[in-house]
Each structure stands twice: as C-alpha cells, then as structure tokens.
Ligand binder design. Sequence first.
Ligand SMILES: N[C@@H](CCC(=O)N[C@@H](CS)C(=O)NCC(=O)O)C(=O)O
Length: 248
Amino acid sequence: MIDLHYWPTPNGWKISIMLEECGLPYRFLPVNIGRGEQFSPDFLAISPNNRMPAIVDHEPTGGGAPVAVFESGAILMYLAEKTGQFLASDVRKRYQTLQWLMWQMSGLGPMAGQNGHFLLYAPEKLPYAIERYGKEVDRLYGVLDAQLAGTGAYVSGSDYSIADMAIFPWVRTHKAQQVDLQKFPHVLRWYDALFERPAVKRGLALGKALRVPTMTDEARKSLFGQTAQSVRDRHNAAEALNLEKKRT
Ligand SMILES: N[C@@H](CCC(=O)N[C@@H](CS)C(=O)NCC(=O)O)C(=O)O
C-alpha cells in the first residue's frame, strides 16, 4: 500500500493521476496546506521542504523498510520504476521523457506558480512582476506547442508518459494564468485528449470537495510568510518535542 500525502493542487494532481493510471492501491492522507498541516513534525519527517505531495511506499520493490519520497518529479520517477509504466527503458526514449519532466519541474511549474502568485494573490498589482512572469509563461507555452507539433502525439513522443502527467495539471490552470489556449493549437489538442482519460478524471477528482477556491487570511499567512527562521523554529520545536517524548 502507498500512502499519498496530498492536497488537490497542480503538484498534487500529478501524483493522483499517476497512481490512477498505474492502478496502484493507495491511501489518501490530506495535507491541508491552507491550515499549515505541512508543518506537522510527522509530515516534515517525510517531506523536509514542507511541501506536498509526498508518498510512503510500504511495499517497496525488493522488500525492506518503507520508502518515503517527496518532490513530485522524483515521485513520478519512483512510481514509473516501480510499475514499469510510463517511462521507457530505451535510453533515447527515457531521456526524452526525463528532460521534459525536468522542464516542467524547473520551468513551467515555478514560472506558472510565480505568475499565478502575482496575478491572483499579491496584495498590490506589480506590473513588472506580472509582465516578467507572464512573458516567461507565454514563452514556455510556445516551446510546448512547438514540441507537441513535432511529436503529433504526447510531449516526449508517441507514448503517454510521466512528462505528460507532470505538465497537464499546470496547463489545467491556464485560465487563472491568463493564457489563451487558442493561441497554442497543439497544446489545446493534447490537453483535450488527456482530459478524456478516465484515470486523469479520477486523479483530478481526488479531494476535490476539500479545495477552497478563495485564499483566506489563515492560508495567506501559512503559505506566504515562510523564511529560514521559520524553518529553524520548527526544527527546534520538533527536537524539543522529541526530547520531551524520550523523557516521559
Ligand atoms: N517542487 C515541489 C513543489 C511542491 C509545492 O509547491 N507544493 C505546494 C502546493 S502546490 C505546497 O505544498 N505548498 C505548501 C507551502 O507552501 O507551505 C514538487 O513538485 O513537489
């Protein structure tokens, strides 16, 4: 059984979609990031970056102790290796997929994340930040469109892969990102096709009822007030708690 520590957001959907695609049994453990549950000592022991998603595989290949993985890209690779699905073993195909997975992890995800932040959540409208991230997201959609025009099918070639599963949930946020998909016909064709996949629908539905559409003050404080000092404070608090537990 796999524990999925998850909240219904683009990075979470990558893994709920992959688990549904693979047909692996899993247990959904909500991490309400608006309420600060990502800072609980138990979760930090699995995901020290205080971000979800994370998984714990209680039946790893080859047996032995459970395996915990954080970072959605690493989780997708782990599950692909475990199941032998959605990541080819042929070296050329494998690295086609892995390079587009890294493109999502280092490019589309962070840039769209910042774009969304300055468009939707920043207390003031900052034209420079909005233009900077808006242009970069536009450029990245241009790159994706050209790639999909070339393959005529999926992002890394003729086979559906973990790269598609990483990119799709972020493209799902295109409206909030103020991206007009009509400008990117190959992305639109690919996006519509993926939306029809039953496993994608099930992955997107996981925890849907828990999703809060508006940013509350509590969530804003939990998500946007983090510094190195808040990380240190939490480590110290967890250590103090451990010492206390050992003493009693
Ligand atoms: N690079 C990480 C990013 C994960 C991430 O940013 N998760 C967000 C929700 S989409 C989160 O857990 N935020 C909690 C916080 O900011 O404290 C991954 O891909 O797994």
